[in-house]
Design a protein around this ligand. Structure first.
Ligand code: ADP
Ligand code: MG
Length: 615
């Protein structure tokens, strides 16, 4: 009959399913987190749609998620009263991957299980993770607002195809039944399920219910067993993690919450949880990941901060909440002031959102400053290792106005503090290796915080191969009489280090910052000075070493300029289409000549970049 249809999965789904079941095998239990989070999303969507159409509640306004299992049938079922799926939605949403960048993602998989598991985790396999423990999944659903006879049943063995059929289903929402594989017995156990819920889903604001069991002795010497009582109990804390006081939240819970919203397998580097009071009230829980996602440079990528209004989920990728250069930050912002039906357009204009954005930006910068302060040594890497004592360069994060620290600030015993300090000491370098280049975009994007951002930047230099030198470190090491911060931009470290433009600086022992990120040239356009000292490219204009040159050197240079005048004239004439000017230079020691750009001109590096981009 036409209601029962067999359909193939989209090619990527079939591929992904195969990978999921293999690569994620060592982390099986996450399937439950994914399915509960989908159930919770479905309830969030219902609540949101019901703001305009209250009838969607169908006299069933109490939302929850129920877990049941059947030992004999070897099934585990997750049931929600959320928005549900229509037949077409089941086909579209469970048979394809709607995410942009799927192809790109697939092409990055290496076949190395561990690395792939990490990537797959980031990508968020979601629903398909059910197939880690199930060899067949049955989904039954009815969309809110549709009549009972427009329910749908979706069944798949997780290979190439799935089947859909029309069913009659009185209950609104979805139930997902996993037919467990032979080696997944452990999930037919209430204790185990509660343990997993506690680990991954405590923060879900919906109640997650399980049927109470009680022990029943066996008859005629048969072993006893747990039997269901027909009574339901809530097995999670059922209040949003960020709404709880800090002192009631363990580090592990913060980390698990991060993993559940970010799909990251690794713990975050740092987080900050605050209730901000004042004219705009909101709670922020912001995380700095320890690894860059594979799509950090993808411009269409959704932002990582979720917006809630009074615990009601509003939207996932609220770009308006943080500037673009902080797009690596994950977390939740829960506003007490915004209207529940806030739209994206409204978000862009709202004054409350502007305040939230400013407050959250400051908070992230404070977190980074904090990591930078605790960063003591540069990461191991060959020669030129320097100690980055940036303690001075970075001021203690000033308390943001009106922030009530929800943590109870118990005095930490000194020993504990020292241990924590040791543990924290490598984090900033890790952060910088992953996200430093993104942070630099902030110089151009966020004028108001330019100085704070500049203080966080680290570069390689002629004394350090590692990007660990801050402007403040550099300044502290400046030579007597030196009045500029010198830098050079190049495609890579070797090119920068071997540039003839560095010769005189090397000879005089003047440190030069080596800038090799693609974004450096562009970003430095926005930074003319640091803490009163101008930044000067060694590849631009005439290098005036000023007081760093002694009288004899100056005199020699002037004489040379004089005596070479006729030669310069000839060279200028010969190169008149190719070079703006030909000068005698004090820049070089061994090389006969080098190219430089006019001050304020486009550097050769930037010119090359634009040419590459076809401009
Ligand atoms: P994601 O949650 O990131 O969108 P998933 O693979 O977890 O990806 O889920 C895919 C889609 O399937 C969801 O976006 C949703 O449309 C649909 N879906 C999954 N579970 C449910 C559910 N319990 N109720 C309604 N829709 C669901
Ligand atoms: Mg999901």
């Amino acid at each position: 009959d036409s209601s029962n249809t067999k359909l193939p999965f989209q090619a990527e789904v079939a591929q992904l399913l195969h990978l999921v079941t293999h690569a994620l095998y060592s982390n099986k239990e996450i399937f439950l987190r994914e399915l509960i989070s989908n159930a919770s999303d479905a309830c969030d969507k219902l609540r949101f749609e019901a703001l305009d159409h209250p009838a969607l509640y169908e006299d069933q306004p109490d939302l929850d998620v129920r877990l049941t299992f059947d030992k004999a049938a070897r099934t585990l079922t997750i049931t929600d009263k959320g928005i549900g799926l229509s037949r077409q939605e089941a086909i579209d949403n469970l048979g394809t991957i709607a995410k942009s960048g799927t192809k790109d993602f697939m092409s990055r998989l290496s076949g190395d299980q561990k690395a792939d598991a990490q990537l797959i985790g980031q990508f968020g396999v979601g629903f398909y993770s059910g197939f880690i423990v199930a060899d067949k999944i049955t989904v039954e659903s009815r969309r809110a607002g549709l009549p009972a006879d427009q329910g749908v049943r979706w069944v798949s063995g997780g290979a190439g195809d799935f089947e859909v059929a029309d069913i009659t289903r009185a209950a609104r929402g979805t139930s997902i039944t996993l037919h467990l594989r032979d080696d997944a017995d452990e999930y037919l156990n209430a204790w185990k399920l509660k343990q997993i819920v506690g680990k991954y889903s405590d923060h879900i604001s919906l109640p997650i219910l399980m049927e109470k069991e009680e022990w029943k002795d066996g008859e005629n010497d048969q072993p006893g067993d747990m039997v269901k009582t027909g009574e339901w109990e809530t097995v999670n804390k059922a209040n949003a993690l960020w709404s709880r006081p800090k002192k009631d939240i363990t580090a592990e819970q913060y980390e698990e919450f991060y993993k559940s919203i970010s799909h990251d397998f690794e713990a975050p580097l740092a987080w900050s949880h605050n209730r901000v009071e004042g004219s705009t009230e909101y709670t922020q829980l912001l995380y700095i990941p320890s690894k860059a996602p594979f799509d950090l440079w993808n411009r269409d990528k959704s932002a990582g901060v979720k917006l809630y209004v009074k615990r009601v989920f509003i939207m996932d990728d609220a770009e308006a909440l943080l500037p673009n250069y902080l797009r690596f930050v994950k977390g939740v912002i829960d506003s007490a002031d915004l209207p529940l039906n806030v739209s994206r357009e409204l978000l862009q204009e709202s004054r409350d959102v502007k305040a939230i954005r400013e407050g959250s930006t400051k908070r992230v910068l404070s977190m980074l400053e904090d990591l930078a302060k605790k960063q003591k040594t540069a990461p191991e890497s060959g020669e030129g290792k320097v100690d980055v004592g940036s303690g001075e360069s970075v001021p203690a994060p000033e308390p943001t106005e009106g922030v009530t620290d929800v943590v109870d600030k118990n005095t930490t015993p000194a020993a504990e503090a020292a241990a924590e300090y040791a543990d924290e000491s490598g984090k900033f370098a890790r952060f910088y290796a992953e996200f430093g280049a993104v942070l630099k975009e902030g110089l151009g994007e966020d004028m108001g915080n330019r100085d704070r951002i500049a203080k966080l930047l680290r570069f390689a230099s002629t004394t350090s191969d590692v990007a660990s030198v801050s402007f403040a470190d550099y300044k502290a090491r400046m030579k007597e009489g030196q009045d500029a911060i010198y830098y050079i931009t190049a495609d890579n470290l070797a090119a920068a280090k071997n540039s003839p433009q560095l010769e005189v600086f090397k000879k005089k022992g003047i440190e030069v910052l080596l800038m090799t990120d693609r974004v450096d040239e562009w970003a430095l356009n926005y930074l003319n000075e640091f803490d009163g000292t101008p930044l000067q490219s060694v590849a631009k204009g005439a290098v005036d070493l000023g007081k760093l040159q002694d009288e004899a050197e100056k005199k020699a240079a002037e004489e040379a300029a004089e005596s070479f005048k006729p030669l310069l004239e000839k060279l200028k004439e010969a190169l008149k289409d190719k070079a703006e000017d030909v000068r005698v230079t004090t820049r070089l020691v061994d090389s006969p000549a080098c190219l430089v750009v006019e001050d304020g001109g486009m550097s050769t590096q930037l010119a090359r970049m634009l040419k590459q981009a076809g401009q």
